[in-house]
Design a protein around this ligand. Sequence first.
Ligand code: NAD
Length: 361
Amino acid sequence: MRTYLVTGGAGFIGSNYIHYMFRKYDNEIRIINVDALTYAGNLENLKDIENRDNYTFVKADITDKEAIAKIFAENDIDRVVHFAAESHVDRSIKNPEVFVKTNVLGTAVMLNCAKAAWELEDGSFKEGKKFLHVSTDEVYGSLPDDGKSYFYETTPYSPHSPYSASKASSDMLVKAYIDTYHFPANITNCSNNYGPYQFPEKLIPLIINNALQGKKLPVYGDGMNIRDWLYVDDHAKAIDMVQEKGRLGETYNIGGHNEKRNIEIINIILDTLLEMLPENDPRRANVSKDLITYVEDRKGHDRRYAIAPDKIKKEVGWEPETMFAEGIKKTIAWFFEHEDWMKNVTSGDYQKYYADMYQNK
Ligand SMILES: NC(=O)c1ccc[n+]([C@@H]2O[C@H](COP(=O)([O-])OP(=O)(O)OC[C@H]3O[C@@H](n4cnc5c(N)ncnc54)[C@H](O)[C@@H]3O)[C@@H](O)[C@H]2O)c1
């Protein structure tokens, strides 16, 4: 049975990936999820799978060498899928240091521990071992608002925020391991994700949550910035396909072909909420375009991101499947069905879950 070590599995994309993998492989794989449970880590995301025999949660920080080396020493890890990171651009502008620590040093620790566990005496690596580093399209900087230029795997790095600079540094470390040691790794650079379990500091869950409560909907600058939105399940599938079919040492860009301006996203969410809320639901009265409030632009705000996912399509056979109109309905439906999840996140109660559920483990 193949054993996966997933870092940051209690976060948004990591928890969706773990769900995806158990749906796809069921009892054919084992997953160890290592997460420090920062404000962004929520074990409630995984409560439906936490009792599986082939799933283990380890609370540890990826910058803690001893803790990570112990996981490798005690388990024959076949695959690492490295999501753990500080991930919010606004937080990185306020406090860059923790981004350098987790995203750069944490990645160095993960690489070093995997290398130590997998390397043979002659410097080659044990058969079948693979490390996948999950990164972002933000490392490439900003594109002109021309609708026709794209990020390719060959686009030079030009990060602008402390977040993207730290992710770019971590990518460079992975590339250095590939070039220096022929370390068996891939890098994926992905566009903006959306879907279930996303922490409501990010645009889409923030707008859904605020609109339902009649709270202001903050929009940076003129609202015309463009992002390329990817439904999180499509991302999980891409990661799995890259590990199965990608060429080791390669980088693959993952994008949704769903470019939208921020203000368009907000308008689509408001229209979809009104379409989906039953006539007698009192929250309908709260949902209004009058809530849209333009606020001072984010510092260094990149204008446009857009990915050309040509390489991953050609080499791996992956394409985005979920168009935005469908993905946003699924996402809103999920938030309707998981009101408690949102309440626990916004009240901070989710942070008690670990203490309540894992105290005797
Ligand atoms: N969300 C996106 O749109 C997007 C797009 C492209 C790439 N990415 C990348 O995907 C990955 C996951 O993003 P996300 O949106 O799920 O992030 P997230 O913030 O929702 O989750 C991050 C997880 O990492 C954990 N973590 C943070 N610091 C840690 C540490 N020092 N040790 C162990 N665990 C730690 C947190 O507890 C949390 O569970 C990140 O590497 C991010 O850069 C995200």
